[in-house]
Design a protein around this ligand. Structure first.
Ligand code: OSB
Ligand code: MG
Length: 376
């Protein structure tokens, strides 16, 4: 007997929501302070199934160029009308709809991730299995926002006590070496990294070089969000590895950066690079260069957090990711399942196929500012 041929998924309906979710603690990075998450949520429907994704763009373009309002317009006017009524036999076929448009990787990622979730559900398998993951739990660390030194020491201590596998400290000009020395003196054996979110310039090379003294696992995105070439000049002079975040939006970017020697680690954010297919391509390019990757985060709620965990099960995600416990960010999550790390490990959510989490719809409704539906 032969297996039935998968007929593909006919997208019948799309729903776009915008929710606002307060953060328990304001999150401070070199580019600004976030006190709440404003999150666009896309639901795609086909054959009685639903696929979900969160967008990681901010209201204003302070991490990368995309904004929530621009993204909603792009999805509403260009993408979702083209999607409804189309049949897809796998998520890669989405390229025909998405690739003609420039940029907008975060908006494209929403559609792509929702389709991966839907597709895995149609196949009745976990997203992890559809992607080719090899683990059922992943190592995670924390990303600690900028704060004064005593507060930072307390936060590091609490995170280490909880068992987190790596501590990432946000830095900016004027909040770097003294803070690092204090943390390193107090925690000589902790796995520490820093993330500058683009705050430095090539003229800061002596300062960046001084960071070699602190045995950091890597220095994340010291230079401009669109730079590769100047990062090469920094990496050549440093013992510490550079990790690229903002600079990498595609597998082509990753190839160029690694050929040039702009870094030795890459942070993959599925939302930043346009979805799981692109994330997997970057993962594979890095593996070919023997460069480890890890899964970054954008303070996601439960849908995005679940996607991140499934992606992190791929074999070359060998460094701890940023997908820490949801309860560190929010008083209440938008999914019914608790996404909580135990001893620095996040279990892959498994309440059903796909991303393995279900929506707390009653709570979502209380958070929803805008809701639009797209049907044939
Ligand atoms: O650069 O990784 C980043 C949050 C917002 C914008 C950029 C970044 C971050 C984080 C947070 O580091 C990671 C997380 O806890 O989700
Ligand atoms: Mg970063």
């Amino acid at each position: 007997m032969t297996a039935p041929i998968f007929p593909g998924l006919l997208i019948e309906h799309a729903e776009l929501r915008l929710i606002r979710l307060p953060l328990l603690t304001p999150f401070v990075i070199s580019t600004g302070t976030m006190t709440e998450k404003v999150i666009p949520i896309l639901t795609l429907r086909a054959e009685g199934l639903e696929g979900y994704a969160e967008g990681v763009m901010d209201p204003l373009p302070d991490y990368l160029e995309e904004t929530i309002s621009g993204s909603l317009a792009f999805l509403r006017e260009a993408v979702l009308p083209q999607l409804i009524g189309k049949r897809f036999s796998n998520p890669a076929e989405l390229g025909a709809v998405l690739d003609p448009w420039r940029g907008h990787k975060m908006s494209k990622a929403m559609v792509e991730m929702a389709l991966w979730d839907l597709w895995a559900k149609a196949l009745n398998i976990p997203l992890r299995a559809a992607l080719g993951g090899v683990r059922d739990a992943v190592d995670v660390g924390v990303s600690l926002g900028i704060a004064d030194i005593p507060t930072t020491i307390d936060r590091v201590e609490a995170a280490l006590q909880s068992g987190y596998r790596r501590i990432k400290l946000k830095i900016k000009r004027g909040h770097d070496l003294a803070m690092l020395k204090a943390v390193r003196d107090r925690f000589p054996d902790a796995k520490l990294t820093v993330d500058a979110n683009t705050d430095y310039r090539l003229s800061d090379l002596p300062l960046l070089k001084a960071m070699d003294d602190f045995s950091l696992d890597y220095i994340e995105q010291p230079l401009a969000f669109d730079d590769i070439v100047d990062h090469v000049k920094v990496q050549e002079k440093l013992v510490t590895a550079i990790c690229l975040d903002e600079s990498i939006r595609s597998a082509v970017d990753a190839r160029k950066a690694l050929v040039a020697g702009a870094g030795r680690v890459i942070n993959i954010k599925v939302g930043r690079v346009g979805g799981h297919t692109a994330s997997r391509a970057i993962h594979d390019v890095c593996a070919a260069f023997d460069v480890p990757v890890w899964c970054g985060g954008m303070l996601e709620a439960g849908i995005g957090r679940a996607h991140n965990i499934h992606l992190s099960t791929l074999p070359n995600f060998t460094k701890p990711g940023d997908t820490s416990s949801a309860s560190r960010y929010f008083a209440r999550d938008i999914v019914n399942e608790a996404l909580e790390a135990v001893d620095g490990r996040m279990a892959v959510p498994s309440n059903g196929p796909g991303i393995g989490v279900t929506l707390d719809l009653a709570f979502l409704d209380t958070l929803t500012d805008l809701r639009e539906e797209f049907a044939a």
